[in-house]
Design a protein around this ligand. Structure first.
Ligand code: SAH
Length: 220
């Protein structure tokens, strides 16, 4: 392993201890995945030295890769066991999809900006995480009906309310995590479907880029 890779590995270990474990991320599979996946391969070259910082990082097209803790929290509340089919809305860099791919059988991640969908594909390949992750360029606010239902859905962009198509495409039992609120601040909300009953609870306060498209924010 070269010097840069060793340095990133040390930063990754430190991130797991200081940003994840110390804030209550306990799922050993989430900790293992985030301790292994090379996040530096998912951020633009010029931010690579910041890959393990405790904050979001710009990835181009006005979008950001979430802070590691938020990715971990979102993955943890889905309680993935390994056999699930997961839908992600908002592939961005592809990092979060790589983490979900390590925790579930199959991930379909939908990205509305073609340039980012292409970037996510490239990053997933480069990191060796592409085998069970499919990137689709489409409006994910409508879900992806072709492959529904999904055992879990993870939405990486903020919505005014839960997009109805996502609830429809969620399996029963199923778990969906989504930031709900205004453009400035949202509640990271865990929605569960069980025997036909939908319930929800707030996992954290958060700030995400807006969900666009048919069921998202109407922005220029
Ligand atoms: N999960 C990403 C972070 C994504 S940021 C990562 O790990 O890097 C949110 C992403 O959602 C952006 O790339 C944005 O373009 C995308 N997005 C916004 N609205 C969308 C929609 N309706 N369908 C699919 N993707 C959408």
């Amino acid at each position: 392993m070269d010097g840069a890779a060793t340095a990133f590995e040390a930063q990754r270990r430190y991130m797991v201890e200081r940003q994840l474990k110390s804030r209550g991320i306990r799922d050993p599979r989430v900790l293992e995945a985030m301790g292994r996946i090379p996040r530096e391969l998912f951020v633009p070259e010029k931010y690579r030295h910041n890959a393990y910082c405790d904050e979001p990082i710009p990835i181009g097209c006005g979008q950001t890769i979430s802070q590691p803790y938020i990715t971990a929290l979102m993955a943890q509340v889905l309680e993935l066991q390994g056999a699930e089919k997961v839908l992600e809305v908002g592939a961005g860099s592809g990092y979060h999809a790589a983490v979900l791919g390590a925790l579930a059988a199959e991930v379909i991640t939908v990205e509305i900006i073609p340039e980012l969908a292409e970037m996510a594909r490239r990053n997933l390949e480069a990191a060796g995480c592409a085998a069970n992750v499919r990137v689709i360029c489409a409006d994910g606010s409508l879900g992806y009906a072709e492959l529904a239902p999904y055992d879990a859905i993870s939405v990486a962009a903020a919505a005014p309310e839960i997009p109805p198509k996502l609830l429809e495409q969620l399996a029963d039992p199923g778990r969906l995590v989504i930031p709900i609120g205004s453009l400035d601040e949202q509640e990271l909300t865990l929605v569960t479907k069980s025997q036909g009953v939908i319930s929800s609870r707030v996992a954290a306060l958060c700030r995400f880029v807006p969900l666009r498209g048919g069921e998202g924010w109407k922005l220029q």
